[in-house]
Design a protein around this ligand. Structure first.
Ligand code: TXA
Ligand code: MG
Length: 310
């Protein structure tokens, strides 16, 4: 992807003025603001209609910049060296003298930290004097955006600028791991848990369905296309779209495919855009054929289960 320096400069200027800008990442687009500024963070909450108790995730260029704000340990370093920049978010403890806005964290002592890989956003983070608070750039509880158009659909002119970065290459949000004590996965995501387990050389607890909500990615209704979803369907009812992992020979107009060849990576990349496409077609509901529950298929199923709690 070619870097347009004028666009980066424009984003930088707006962010310096505590405005919000949408930014591309390899997972999904984010709605970004200065993480050190109460005013900028407040704007993010307001635009997204996000409940105040749901803290913002913060993006850094590298861990040297992050060190000023957060404590870290050996497990963090191991995963950072292996996977960053990339689709993994760490829950770390804030330092007492951290400059992160208390609006962003909802006064929590922890912070969700990510180092995105997308070259355009990395170029932006490199020149900024502050990290970026950037939750997914969608209205709260709706489908995450994977391109500029998706962001514009949700926010129209309410966002001053979307930094163009093409379609997100992964298409699902980052995997969240609480790395402070015994590592624990809080949200399945774009990085497969088995790969993280291999890097740490141990089994990791997956705690994405706790009774007490610690990451609202865990809230039941999420990623919702706004109509009911039926999982593990074998066929469709009247006025129902059929979402399939691969192309069937007897294709019908109401059939939508996540992949041409059963490829889970391709399916992940297409999931949110296909759901948006179906949403626009006025179906009454969506039937989803079984999706293999392995690798990224686990994340796809997690999102569809949450989207089905309509
Ligand atoms: O891939 C991603 O993570 C994208 C891109 C833009 O980076 N961002 C994203 O942000 O998905 P968001 O806000 O939609 O999801 C971040 C999740 C939320 O569910 C939030 O509750 C959780 O991170 N979170 C934030 N701070 C936390 C904390 N201190 N402890 C536990 N969970 C936290
Ligand atoms: Mg989100």
């Amino acid at each position: 992807m070619k870097i347009n320096l004028a666009n980066i400069k424009k984003a930088q200027n707006l962010l310096n003025k505590k405005e919000c800008v949408a930014i591309p990442t390899e997972t999904v687009y984010g709605l970004a603001g200065n993480a050190y500024s109460d005013q900028a963070c407040q704007k993010i909450f307001r635009l997204k209609k996000r409940p105040k108790y749901n803290p913002l995730i913060v993006h850094y260029y590298n861990y040297k910049k992050m060190k000023k704000d957060c404590n870290f340990n050996d497990n963090f370093l191991k995963l950072y060296k292996r996977f960053c920049p990339g689709p993994i978010t760490f829950i770390l403890n804030l330092k007492k003298n951290s400059k992160i806005s208390k609006i962003a964290t909802n006064k929590k002592k922890s912070l969700a930290v990510r180092f995105p890989k997308h070259i355009i956003t990395r170029s932006l983070l490199k020149v900024l004097k502050f990290p970026l608070a950037a939750p997914s750039a969608n209205i709260s509880s709706q489908i995450s955006p994977v391109c500029t158009n998706d962001v514009k659909e949700d926010f129209g002119k309410k966002i001053k600028f979307v930094l163009e970065g093409g379609k997100s290459s992964i298409g699902l949000e980052s995997t969240i791991i609480d790395i402070r004590n015994k590592p624990k996965i809080l949200r399945l995501g774009g990085l497969d848990v088995a790969t993280i387990e291999k890097a740490l050389n141990k089994k990791i607890l997956i705690n994405n369905k706790p009774s007490k909500i610690s990451a609202p990615g865990q809230i039941k209704l999420h990623y919702s296309p706004g109509i009911p979803i039926r999982l593990n369907a074998k066929n469709t009812k009247d006025k129902e779209a059929f979402l399939l992992i691969n192309k069937k020979k007897e294709a019908q107009p109401n059939h939508y495919y996540l992949s041409k060849t059963d490829n889970l990576k391709e399916a992940a990349k297409n999931l949110y855009s296909v759901l948006r496409k179906i949403k626009k077609k006025k179906y009454k509901s969506i039937a989803v054929a079984k999706i293999p529950n392995k690798g990224l298929g686990k994340t796809i199923n997690d999102r569809l289960i949450r989207a089905s709690k309509f």
